[in-house]
Write a protein that binds this ligand. Structure first.
Ligand SMILES: Cc1cc2nc3c(=O)[nH]c(=O)nc-3n(C[C@H](O)[C@H](O)[C@H](O)COP(=O)(O)OP(=O)(O)OC[C@H]3O[C@@H](n4cnc5c(N)ncnc54)[C@H](O)[C@@H]3O)c2cc1C
Length: 538
């Protein structure tokens, strides 16, 4: 299966060429370091690109203070990883091992050079992405979560970090490591906590707090006017971000939870052209995010669009749940759909602590060797079942109707039917959730026999009926009777993806009548840009 980036261990090193170095020298400055001098502190904003002309440097983990990996960097290599592109804070410190001469280039100047010299950009981005992949894989990180096994806030952060490819390490609450770290940070040892870089305790422990500490929550000001604001960072929104940047538009992608959208919760997409062995949705859209950032598109998250206003013919304001406003000449609605919540007593008490809406590595870890139940009969439920069956003791797929044949692709249905750790139950209804704050099991009502039975499932995955995320459009755009956004001439738009409101476009799953697939979302997000361009420049 394809992944997010090359494997750093095996990738062929391509050095920057003398022309690239000469270009950097024209805008950069030299810094001489003595052994032990720190040139980048973990947890602080990344303001410069660092290229080694001579000497030796090491990367120091912001969490453990130890050398990162076994290697040091020598002449011809450069420091850093993907956080340089996002404009976030450094995950690791950079320190000289011996007398070192660094060529330092201001971040904005370096981004401009990368945009002017694509070959240089390709080399840097390939190395950065491979380094990020390795950081995520090795579990050595500047972000440490203590107590995820007992605390749902910590689990939410684990899910947020995993879906956004933020490297993090998890420590159990009653472990020696947990006690030691808590003592270093002067916090209550019996308390779940999130710690970043040099013992910076993130309070309250929320995805937004983590994003702030990592510098992911871009400063947004109402007076800054973007050419286009793209709301939603799923496949459609990220594709729009790539094309907006490539067309030279000043664009921002606003994402509520995690770049990747629904696709980011799919462990294996097998029907997207160009990936014959499949690719996880998170990796696919993550590649797109890097590509969009390379073209200058900015990402802000987690931020939720709450209200839309139009002040002038070509000026829209989006109010966010942070109370910030984003202004743009055109708007792309790419907010997709989300699973409906079940009308079940005390459902909210278990969300994140037994009830989940996505099956990713993080949730799979919490369900290891336990029984799990999935409600849903579509491909997403089928993929989740196959994925969870790799680690769970047994997976029960609960399908409302008498069979899966109408709702699930045949290849997937056959795999489910053949899998020894998967059972398909037809016509069941979840009648009751057991337990107080953690789920020990469910009562199921069998619609065919009328009998109740208990299922000792410690996790329930809800993957039923998707509803469009359009409440924030504030009545400015006409919706269909199910809440989806109609586009095109019949809706009053001047082109295929324009809505009833000129300058507001809709793409992907949120669009009325769209094919609910990754390929169509990516396609719509890509081609909409020519109409956006015309609207801005008319
Ligand atoms: C588990 C699973 C497996 C799937 N497998 C496949 C497959 O194998 N092949 C395939 O072709 N399709 C598959 N699909 C369908 C595919 O993922 C979707 O069709 C596709 O993701 C739609 O993309 P989108 O960008 O339109 O919307 P989404 O992916 O829904 O993305 C919308 C984004 O907008 C964000 N958002 C929502 N409201 C707001 C707001 N107010 N403010 C800011 N952000 C907001 C959401 O957080 C989300 O990230 C699968 C779906 C699931 C759930």
């Amino acid at each position: 299966m394809e992944t997010f980036a090359a494997d750093l261990q095996t990738m062929v090193r391509t050095p920057l060429t003398p022309e690239h170095v000469a270009a950097m020298r024209r805008v950069g400055h030299l810094v001489h370091l003595k052994p032990g001098d720190v040139f980048q502190e973990a947890g602080t904003p990344i303001t410069e690109f660092h290229y080694l002309l001579s000497g030796e440097t090491e990367a120091i983990s912001g969490g453990t203070g130890k050398r990162y990996g076994n290697a040091t960097l020598g002449p011809g290599q450069f420091f850093g990883e993907l956080a340089f592109l996002t404009g976030g804070h450094a995950f690791m410190s950079g320190r000289a091992v011996q007398e070192t001469e660094l060529l330092c280039v201001k971040r904005e100047d370096m981004l401009q050079l990368m945009s002017d010299i694509p070959e240089m950009s390709d080399i840097i981005i390939s190395v950065y992405a491979a380094r990020r992949r390795r950081m995520v894989e090795v579990d050595e990180a500047s972000l440490t979560l203590i107590g995820g096994e007992v605390d749902r806030d910590i689990r939410r952060i684990a899910s947020f970090a995993a879906r956004n490819r933020i490297p993090f390490a998890e420590i159990e609450l009653d472990s020696r490591e947990g006690d030691a770290l808590a003592a270093q940070c002067s916090i209550d040892r019996a308390h779940p906590a999130v710690i970043f870089a040099k013992h910076q305790v993130i309070t309250p422990p929320t995805p937004r707090g983590v994003a702030r500490a990592l510098g992911l929550d871009m400063a947004l000001r109402r007076e800054d006017v973007f050419d286009v604001a793209i709301v939603g960072g799923g496949p459609a929104g990220v594709a729009a971000g790539v094309y907006a940047g490539a067309e030279g538009l000043c664009a921002v992608v606003l994402e509520d939870l995690a770049v990747g959208g629904q696709a980011g919760t799919s462990s294996r997409i097998e029907n997207y052209m160009g990936f014959p062995t499949g690719i996880s949705g998170g990796d696919l859209v993550g590649r797109g995010e890097v590509q969009a950032m390379k073209f200058g598109t900015r990402f802000a998250m987690p931020v939720r669009a709450q209200e839309l206003m139009q002040c002038e013919k070509k000026l829209f304001h989006v109010r966010l749940d942070t109370d910030d406003w984003v202004s743009a000449r055109a708007l792309i609605v790419a907010t997709g759909v989300q699973y409906r919540q079940l009308p079940l007593d005390r459902l909210a008490d278990f969300e994140g602590a037994g009830v989940y809406y996505a099956a990713t590595d993080v949730e799979a870890r919490y369900c290891k060797d336990t029984e799990v139940a999935i409600i849903g009969g579509g491909n997403s439920a089928g993929q989740a079942a196959m994925f969870l069956a790799r680690t769970a003791k047994h997976v029960h797929v609960l399908v409302r109707g008498p069979s899966l044949a109408a709702s699930m692709s045949d290849y997937l249905l056959q795999r489910l039917q053949r899998h020894p750790a998967i059972t398909i139950h037809t016509q069941p209804q979840v009648a009751k959730l057991h337990g107080d704050d953690r789920l020990p099991g469910l009562t199921i009502h069998d619609g065919a026999t009328g009998q109740d039975w208990d299922l000792p499932a410690r996790a329930l995955f809800v993957m039923v009926g998707a509803a469009p995320n359009t409440g924030w459009l504030s009545g400015l755009v006409t919706l269909d009777d199910k809440g989806f956004v109609p586009t095109g001439r019949e809706a009053g738009g001047r082109s295929a993806y324009e809505t009833s409101r000129h300058g507001v476009f809709a793409v992907g799953d949120v669009r009325s009548g769209s094919v609910k697939r990754v390929a169509s979302a990516v396609g719509e997000g890509s081609v909409v840009m020519s109409a956006v361009w015309s609207h801005i420049n008319d």
